[in-house]
Ligand binder design. Structure first.
Ligand SMILES: NC(=O)c1ccc[n+]([C@@H]2O[C@H](COP(=O)([O-])OP(=O)(O)OC[C@H]3O[C@@H](n4cnc5c(N)ncnc54)[C@H](OP(=O)(O)O)[C@@H]3O)[C@@H](O)[C@H]2O)c1
Length: 245
């Protein structure tokens, strides 16, 4: 779908991947609606990109956000949070919070905005998930589950919408991205490999997914290999993970 003239809602636009996506779309002719909670950071991105800032918590006010944003042609479900540590030590409020922001809220926003797209025979929805959802990462069990759930939702919805002309769905699966994500989750990224990619690279992946109507994009692209191996030969995948972690 072309960005020129499209009204685009990006969640999580006040930081990281969302802010980079807003910058990548600025100047394309897209009319940007940028959502986040931190007014100061959000308004700075809006001023830089010519977008409209809408301050909203997607876990408590998806309906208010959809009303203020809509109707939109493109929805980028990007806002999300992480949590890392042993599953049995995960505080219950972090568990429900993670499910709420990473899974329930994007599904709810989709429920609110998709009917307008179907009526217009025109629309595209991007789901920013994670490689963690495709392979399952230890100490990130609930995070992995929310991202796998969102990818399954997108796949099922794609099947349901196969008769609806003009509606595209893309899942974008980043690996490790250099954003405040790790600091916010309270656990720094401490592996030496793979190296984090800049958020601008994921933003380019999102823009290309929309323009070329790509169902699935890994960023960086080589991450499709472990994901495919996990699907095709799970035993071999687990053995490799034990060796190379
Ligand atoms: N960084 C990585 O390595 C990585 C890897 C794979 C996937 N991802 C995914 O990429 C997406 C973007 O993450 P990021 O790396 O850009 O992280 P980030 O810099 O921490 O940005 C997260 C964004 O989500 C917003 N957000 C969080 N909770 C929200 C809520 N309840 N309501 C509204 N907005 C909320 C934040 O808004 P405020 O700041 O305004 O609160 C912020 O704009 C996430 O879905 C994440 O899971 C990240």
């Amino acid at each position: 779908m072309e960005l020129d003239g499209a009204r685009v809602l990006i969640t999580g636009a006040s930081s990281g991947v969302g802010a980079a996506t807003a910058r990548a779309m600025a100047g394309t002719g897209a009319r940007l609606v940028l959502a986040g909670r931190d007014r100061k950071r959000l308004e700075a991105v809006a001023a830089e990109t010519g977008g409209q800032a809408v301050v909203a918590d997607i876990t408590t006010d998806a309906r208010g956000l959809a009303r203020r944003a809509g109707p939109v042609d493109i929805l980028v479900n990007n806002a999300g949070e992480g949590w890392a540590g042993p599953f049995t030590r995960m505080p219950p409020d972090r568990l429900t919070g993670l499910v709420s922001v990473n899974l329930t809220a994007p599904i709810e926003l989709t429920r609110l905005l998709l009917p307008g797209m179907i009526e217009a025979n025109r629309g595209h929805i991007v789901f920013v998930t994670s490689i963690a959802g495709a392979i399952g990462v230890g100490r990130e069990a609930v995070y992995s589950a929310t991202k796998a759930g969102l990818a399954a939702f997108a796949e099922a919805l794609r099947d349901e919408l196969r008769e609806s002309r003009g509606i595209g769905l893309s899942v974008v699966l980043p690996g490790v991205v250099d954003t405040p994500f790790f600091e916010r989750r309270g656990a720094p990224y401490d592996r030496s490999w793979p190296l984090p990619v800049p958020p601008e690279r994921v933003a380019r992946g999102i823009v290309t997914s929309i323009r070329r109507d790509r169902p699935e994009s890994f960023v960086p692209g080589w991450l499709r290999l472990p994901a495919r191996l996990r699907g095709a030969a799970p035993g071999a995948f687990r053995r490799l993970m034990r060796c190379f972690g």
